[in-house]
Design a protein around this ligand. Structure first.
Ligand code: CP
Ligand code: NVA
Length: 308
């Protein structure tokens, strides 16, 4: 039966760790200029119902680098955007390509699509989750600290798709994650409930707080994301008002670990969720995170296509 990658929840600890190792192996091979073409002949269909810079480029260039190809499908240009159903679109598109990634709105849309697709489907961001980003982030943390365990990871800001994805990752991998959000912008209750159940078995320490300092103190990783995600533009004013004390700035990080790293999935809004002198400081690893998207996603694609 074909497999999909819609949520980190579908993977166990060993599978996530082996994807990170695979991603590093792909990175090394490409950096060394090796002629490495494990995706020879494979075609990725890329459906975007929302904007993207990193996701489109990392998937498309990654496929080409490993010998495959990619087809960009904006919902503005395909019949899906004119009312062809998700089910019919999935049945049809999967007849032309070997694997599909989708960026869409409600998470139920991707679940529905995957059910009707005859080829593997990858979540390239939904309103609920952004698993490819967290795989790349985990890879970046491991590259930087040489480990994932015994680190305190702080997520500060909106309880959005990135926060939810981090909560699953921490639960499955047994990490220490502290999430600071206003109560009205808490992460998904369903995700938190499921993650807390997983955490009991993995000894993950997941803390939810409304006090950004509590998350930031002694943190090794400080993560934030935009205050108004794609599709939430009309909530911008309300969110900015709720989040105004959640900006990652010098005052907030003053008691973080001396060698903390700053992370952000990007795109960033300087002077909103993060002060310019933090994202542009020597603590920031945001460009590595962006680059590592390519390798993390290629590892996922190779696994789903059985080419690993
Ligand atoms: N981080 C991320 O997914 O960026 P894009 O929206 O540019 O793809
Ligand atoms: N939370 C953001 C992430 C962008 C990569 C959004 O959904 O817009």
């Amino acid at each position: 039966m074909k497999k999909d990658c819609l949520s980190l929840k579908d993977l166990n600890r060993d599978e996530i760790l082996s994807l990170i190792d695979k991603a590093s192996d792909i990175k090394n091979r490409l950096k060394n200029g090796e002629d490495y073409k494990p995706l020879n002949g494979a075609i990725l269909g890329m459906i975007f119902e929302k904007s993207s810079t990193r996701t489109r480029l990392s998937f498309e260039s990654g496929m080409k680098r490993l010998g495959g190809d990619a087809i960009f499908l904006s919902s503005r240009d395909i019949q899906l955007g004119r009312g062809e159903t998700i089910e019919d679109s999935a049945r049809v598109i999967s007849r032309y390509v070997d694997i599909i990634m989708i960026r869409t709105f409600e998470h139920s849309r991707i679940i529905n699509f995957a059910q009707y697709s005859s080829v593997p489907v990858i979540n390239a961001l939904t309103d609920l989750l952004h698993p490819c980003q967290v795989l790349s982030d985990l890879m970046t943390i491991k590259e930087h600290f040489g480990k994932l365990d015994n680190l305190k990871i702080a997520f500060i800001g909106d309880g959005n798709n990135m926060a939810n994805s981090w909560i699953y990752a921490a639960a499955i991998l047994g990490l220490h994650l502290s999430v600071a959000t206003p109560v009205d912008l808490s992460p998904s209750g369903v995700v938190v409930k499921e993650a807390m159940e997983i955490a009991q078995k993995t000894s993950a320490k997941i803390e939810l707080t409304q006090i950004p300092y509590e998350a930031a103190v002694n943190a090794d990783v400080i993560y934030t994301d935009v205050w108004a995600s794609m599709g939430q533009e009309e909530q911008t004013l309300k969110k900015h008002s709720l989040l105004k004390h959640y900006q990652v700035n010098r005052e907030l990080v003053k008691d973080a670990n001396r060698d903390y790293i700053f992370m952000h999935c990007l795109p960033a809004h300087r002077q909103e969720e993060v002060a310019a002198d933090i994202i542009d400081s020597e603590h920031s690893v945001v460009w590595d995170e962006a680059e590592n998207r390519t390798y993390a996603q290629l590892a996922v694609i190779m696994k789903l296509l059985g080419r690993d």
